[in-house]
Design a binder for this molecule. Structure first.
Ligand code: SF4
Ligand code: SF4
Length: 168
């Protein structure tokens, strides 16, 4: 049986919705606890089209429902980047179990050129299997790049912001 959002609604808090002038991290004024979206039939396309990874994945159990985990996940860049958007009121949520170990396992895909990026407000942390690269506060308009580069004969993870290149 497919999953349903139930009483979750975390995307209505954590995501910025341009059409509503709603910043990331603030509850949408249309969201009502237990009742959900108050303008469901007329919600903007950005809301209509959003499906978080928990909703879409058979591999993530109920513990990963975003309102329980206190973070939501979605992919972008054709699946090349997995964003983990953490509730700023619970900034260490991803470090709890069963989450932390599994997120680290997911970050193994960095070796194949993918990215796992934790977003806590404007703070960005790129997760690799053996370390996290905390980039601090980042202008979301600037491009984030990460991967592995050879240093002293070893493949070493890196992450950086290209401040003169806009997000593509
Ligand atoms: S975060 Fe996911 S499960 Fe929660 S309301 Fe949004 S789409 Fe549904
Ligand atoms: S319009 Fe509805 S679906 Fe969109 S953010 Fe607001 S409450 Fe959520």
């Amino acid at each position: 049986m497919g999953k349903s959002c139930g009483e979750c609604g975390m995307c209505c808090k954590l995501l910025a919705i341009q059409a509503l002038d709603k910043p990331a991290g603030a509850w949408c004024g249309h969201f009502k606890r237990a009742a959900g979206c108050g303008v469901y039939e007329d919600r903007p396309p950005a809301c209509r089209g959003f499906i978080c990874l928990w909703l879409d994945s058979e591999k993530l159990d109920e513990a990963w429902r975003p309102d329980r985990a206190k973070f939501l996940m979605y992919t972008e860049k054709n699946g090349r980047r997995l964003n983990v958007i953490v509730d700023p009121s619970q900034p260490t949520a991803r470090k709890r179990e069963p989450y932390y170990r599994r997120l680290k396992a997911m970050s193994e895909l960095a070796k194949e050129g993918r990215e796992l990026v934790v977003c806590i407000g404007d703070r960005r942390i790129v997760v690799f299997p053996h370390e996290d690269v905390d980039l601090g506060l980042v202008d979301p308009e600037h491009k984030l790049v990460s991967g592995y580069a050879e240093r002293d004969g070893m493949m070493t993870p890196y992450a950086m912001i290209l401040s003169d290149v806009a997000t593509s």
